[in-house]
Design a binder for this molecule. Structure first.
Ligand SMILES: NC(=O)c1ccc[n+]([C@@H]2O[C@H](COP(=O)([O-])OP(=O)(O)OC[C@H]3O[C@@H](n4cnc5c(N)ncnc54)[C@H](OP(=O)(O)O)[C@@H]3O)[C@@H](O)[C@H]2O)c1
Length: 185
């Protein structure tokens, strides 16, 4: 069982524009032609921040058209926020705040042997990293730059650095990088 930050990023390291648009991403590839179907099949629990959840709330119609459901995830999801957020029909949701460690423990209990998916954003993934709870990063780097926006991983990871496991080109629009988080000796 591992805890994986699986996401797409622009070439210059942004998940979304400042105003949370993902329009830059969609022309670059499709979920069906990526590693996502295999990945999601092994996911037993998800964690995401409020802006990521809000994007799903705001784009229910688009998500429905793409996946057949306004909430495409079977596994339970922990949503981090300091404020009340509306639920989405059909989703198993836990609204939480603060320390990621008890949330990670609850996710592990729910997921059993399956993987934990840290959906984003970048600072939330950083909180799991800071707590020593992030094992892998799977980043699809799109062939586009945004100049500014919501950062992929606003942390300094220098010693030890991440360990590159694989590089896979996905057409002209994407390259997938897989990293393992190395622990201090
Ligand atoms: N490119 C991709 O594949 C991809 C993947 C994931 C996300 N995204 C997009 O990237 C953007 C990410 O937005 P973001 O960087 O703002 O990150 P985010 O993690 O989605 O949202 C940040 C918010 O989460 C809440 N939060 C985070 N940690 C918390 C904690 N420990 N306790 C309580 N609340 C906590 C806070 O919300 P409150 O204001 O409620 O306190 C914080 O302002 C979104 O637009 C999302 O749709 C893109």
């Amino acid at each position: 069982m591992s805890t994986v930050y699986y996401t797409a990023s622009s070439l210059d390291g942004f998940l979304a524009t400042e105003d949370d648009s993902l329009e830059w991403l969609f022309p670059l590839g499709t979920l069906q032609h990526s590693s996502f179907p295999d990945f999601i099949a092994g996911v037993g629990a998800l964690a995401m921040g409020a802006a990521t959840y809000q994007w799903l709330l705001d784009h229910g119609d688009a998500v429905l058209a793409e996946t057949g459901s306004a909430w495409p995830y079977q596994a339970p999801t922990w949503v981090f926020s300091h404020r009340p957020l509306p639920a989405i029909a059909g989703a198993t949701l836990h609204f939480v705040q603060g320390d990621v460690r008890p949330v990670h423990a609850a996710m592990q209990s729910a997921a059993g042997e399956r993987q934990l998916w840290i959906v984003g954003g970048g600072d939330l993934a950083g909180q799991f990293y800071d707590a020593g709870l992030l094992d892998e990063l799977v980043i699809q780097i799109g062939s586009a730059t945004l100049g500014s926006g919501k950062p992929l991983l606003p942390r300094r990871i220098l010693s030890p650095t991440l360990q590159l496991q694989s590089v896979q080109q996905q057409g002209a629009g994407m390259v997938e990088l897989r990293y393992r988080v190395q622990r201090d000796a």
